[in-house]
Write a protein that binds this ligand. Structure first.
Ligand code: PLP
Length: 400
C-alpha cells in the first residue's frame, strides 16, 4: 500500500517552479542562464513597507494574530476595496492568508465537494487546476483563443456550465497572457452569471496594479454589483508591492464563506506572519508613489521584449495589456530540427531547447494549458531581457 494519498493522483508540480529548478541545475554546472520563468518582481520591497515590517519586529508585534488577520490590515483592505474598486465590505468579510495562493486554496477547500466543478478559463495560472483537484473538485477547462485575446467568451462560459458547477475562476490581468478584461466583457459574462444563480465567481485580481497604456483595471463585482453576494475577490501585495516573499494575500466575500475559509486556515497555517501583516498595512494604505517607477519600467520592458521576440524566427506575440508576461506563440518553431538533428515536437521541447541552446529559461504554454506557446516574464532587468531575447533570436535562427 502506498503511503501517498489518492488526492495527489493527477496533481502536477508547478511547471514554473520546475523550469526555474532546471535553470538552477544548469547554473550549478557552470552554465550561464537567464531566468525568465519566474513570476515575481525583481524590485525590492519599497522602503517604507520594509520599515513597517522592521518596526513591527522592534515593537514586539511578533505573536500569534487572529486567524483572519490583524484588524488594522483588514480595515486597510476594506478601505482599499472601497476607495479603489467601489466595493463595500466589513472587516468580517475579509480574510488574510499566506499569499493569494492560500486564500484561493482555502476558498476551494471550503466549498468543493467531490465532483463539484470549477470552470477555468485557459490559458490559466499553473496552479488553478491542481488546486481544484487537491480540493476534491473537477477542473473544467475552457480554451480561450488568441483571436479572442485569450479571454473567455460568454457563449463558451455558458456551454461549460452544468448543475455541478460551483465557481468560475477568472484572472485579470492574466497570468500568463497579460489579458485585461474590459467593463463590457465583464458585463457580458455577468449576464451568464445572472442566468445561472448557483455559480460563484473567484476573481483573482492579484495583478490589478500592473496595467499599461490605455488598459484599465476593473473587477467583475464593480461592473455587476448584484454579483457581490456570490463573488470572492482575491488580491494581495505580492506582485503590486514587490512582496512575494512576505506571503500576504487576501480575500473579500460574503461573511459565511470567509468564516468557513478561516476555519480551514485556523486548522492549517493559523495566519500569515504578524510582521508581514503590518508591512502589508503600509503597502496598502501608505504612499503608493513606488508604483510609478515600477510601471514605467515594466511598460518599457514589455515593449522591448515584444519587439525583440517578434524578430525571432518562429515566434510571434501581441502586446499584452497587463501583468509582466509575454505569451508568445511558437507554432512556427514546432516541427523544426535543431542543429543536433532533434525535432521540436512541442512547446515543452521548444522551452527545453531555449534553456539548453540559448541559456534562457521560459515556461512552456502547456503548463498553462495552452499550446504551442511559451511564457516569458519581463520582471527582469532590461540588460538581461535584451541579452535573453538576442540569445533566443540566435537559437531560433539555428532551427531548420
Ligand atoms: N494568482 C495568480 C494568477 C498568480 O500568478 C499568482 C502568483 O504567481 C498568485 C495568484 C499567487 O500570489 P501569491 O504570491 O500572493 O500567493
Amino acid at each position: 500500500m502506498s503511503i501517498l494519498a489518492h488526492r495527489l493522483e493527477g496533481v502536477r508540480p508547478s511547471a514554473t517552479k520546475a523550469m526555474t529548478a532546471a535553470a538552477a541545475e544548469l547554473r550549478a554546472k557552470g552554465r550561464s542562464v537567464i531566468t525568465l520563468s519566474q513570476g515575481e518582481p525583481d524590485f525590492d520591497t519599497p522602503e517604507h513597507v520594509a520599515e513597517a515590517g522592521v518596526a513591527a519586529i522592534r515593537n514586539g508585534l511578533t505573536r500569534y494574530t487572529p486567524v483572519a488577520g490583524v484588524t488594522p490590515l483588514r480595515e486597510a483592505i476594506v478601505q482599499k476595496l472601497d476607495r479603489e474598486n467601489g466595493l463595500k465590505y466589513h472587516a468580517d468579510q475579509v480574510t488574510v492568508g499566506c499569499g493569494a495562493k492560500q486564500v484561493l486554496f482555502n476558498a476551494l477547500l471550503a466549498t468543493l465537494n467531490p465532483s463539484d466543478e470549477v470552470v477555468i478559463a485557459a490559458p490559466c495560472w499553473v496552479s488553478y487546476p491542481d488546486m481544484v483537484r487537491l480540493a476534491g473538485g473537477v477542473p473544467i477547462i475552457v480554451d480561450c483563443t488568441a483571436a479572442n485575446g485569450f479571454k473567455l467568451t460568454p457563449d463558451d462560459f455558458d456551454a461549460a456550465i452544468t448543475p455541478r458547477t460551483k465557481w468560475l475562476m477568472l484572472n485579470s490581468p492574466s497570468n500568463p497572457t497579460g489579458a485585461v478584461y474590459t467593463e463590457d466583457e465583464y458585463r457580458a459574462l455577468g449576464e451568464v452569471f445572472r442566468r445561472h444563480p448557483h455559480i460563484w465567481l473567484l476573481a483573482d485580481d492579484i495583478y490589478e496594479k500592473l496595467v499599461y497604456g490605455n488598459a484599465r483595471f476593473t473587477t467583475m463585482p464593480q461592473v455587476m454589483p448584484e454579483l457581490i453576494g456570490r463573488t470572492l475577490v482575491v488580491n494581495g501585495v505580492s506582485k503590486s508591492a514587490a512582496m512575494t516573499g512576505w506571503r500576504v494575500g487576501y480575500g473579500a466575500g460574503p461573511a459565511h464563506l470567509i468564516k468557513a475559509m478561516n476555519t480551514i486556515q485556523g486548522q492549517s497555517t493559523s495566519h500569515t506572519s504578524s510582521v508581514s501583516q503590518y508591512a502589508a498595512v503600509a503597502a496598502i494604505s501608505g504612499d503608493q508613489s513606488f508604483l510609478i517607477p515600477f510601471l514605467t519600467e515594466y511598460e518599457a520592458r514589455r515593449n522591448l521584449v515584444v519587439d525583440l521576440i517578434n524578430r525571432a524566427a518562429g515566434l510571434s506575440c501581441d502586446v499584452p495589456d497587463g501583468a509582466f508576461y509575454v505569451f508568445a506563440s511558437c507554432e512556427h518553431a514546432i516541427g523544426k530540427l535543431t542543429s543536433r538533428g532533434q525535432r521540436i515536437e512541442s512547446d515543452q521541447d521548444f522551452a527545453l531547447y531555449l534553456l539548453q541552446e540559448a541559456g534562457v529559461a521560459v515556461v512552456a504554454g502547456s503548463g498553462f494549458l495552452a499550446s504551442p506557446y511559451v511564457r516569458l516574464s519581463y520582471a527582469s532587468s532590461r540588460e538581461d531581457l535584451t541579452n535573453a531575447c538576442n540569445q533566443i533570436i540566435e537559437a531560433c535562427s539555428a532551427l531548420r
